[in-house]
Design a protein. Sequence first.
Length: 367
Amino acid sequence: MARKIRVAQVIAGTDVAGAKGYTIQLVNLADKSKFDTYMINPLEGMTTKEARMAGVEPFIIKQNPYQLAKLMRDLNLDLIHTHGVRANFLGRMASKITGIPNICTMHSDSRLDYASSVKERAVWYADNVFNGMADAFIGVSNDMSENLAKRGISKEKIFTVHNGIDLSCVKSDADPEKTKEKFGIPKNIRLIGTVGRLVEVKGHADMVAALPRILDKVPDAGMLIVGDGRCLEPLREQAEKLKVNDRVFLPGRIKDPFDLMKACDIGCFPSIAEAIGLALLEFMALEVPVVATRVGGIPEVLTKPEYGVLVPPSSPKELSGAIISLMGDRKQMEQIGKQGRGRVGQEFTTEKMIEKTQEVWEIFARK
């Protein structure tokens, strides 16, 4: 019997939203007849807490490549798989020390994730400089893979593995009106909702800017923006300035948001840049019709109008027009919801994601 390939997922803190669940799934759901899987974290925090809740006990180390290298040798690893710029840097240094191959998944464009300060831009620059030390890259969309190639990475090193979700876990049987009441939202409000990090690149300010125009045509509309981040207070201030603060609901981060998502009439994703957001797939899986910007990997999901509505980025006018049109046609909303779930079930499942990721592991694991 062939020896199993020993692979560790390395993720540092919360560099990238969505990466936490991604890494936990890779550890838990990989083919145990072929792979022994581990999780390594240089920081205690939400990632390690969620890992333990899912039955994964992570190895905790300091943010030190030599300590990571020692653990890699102790575990007799054949490969490490890193997620996020801090983990990428540590992993590449440790791989250089040990000779153990490393691959990294690019969950988002780090140039935009790390663009709000000189320090953050330096983090991105360091990540970019050391790209050549990685053995392979996984882009979570074709667009992300193309961006990697534009950064000078050999196409032979780049693989596309689309994000996927576990349809059996993305569900809600809750009554939408009771869910709204629980969160202090009037039950008659027709919600336009989104879930994600509250950072500039997600375009939430465009959602709020679109709301006054939407209310002119859909007086019972409201916006639900679930998540936390540095833009939370600026969004509150924007809503107050536009005098729509009674229709903008900002409940913060919610561990299990599926009931709230299902209570929405429309899922909205106004990103300025995006790989393939897991929340987009989750809204679709819940049969909530989506309106999203034509950026990054989103058009790879919404390949037909039946799957969701695409609009240009950074255009509250176009966004409001699409939402008004869709909210005025309940039959179309229902059709898009059903077609969207079918689209996710066909192409964007956890099973497909893990299967394709394992193929990359087998190519690059130490022989």
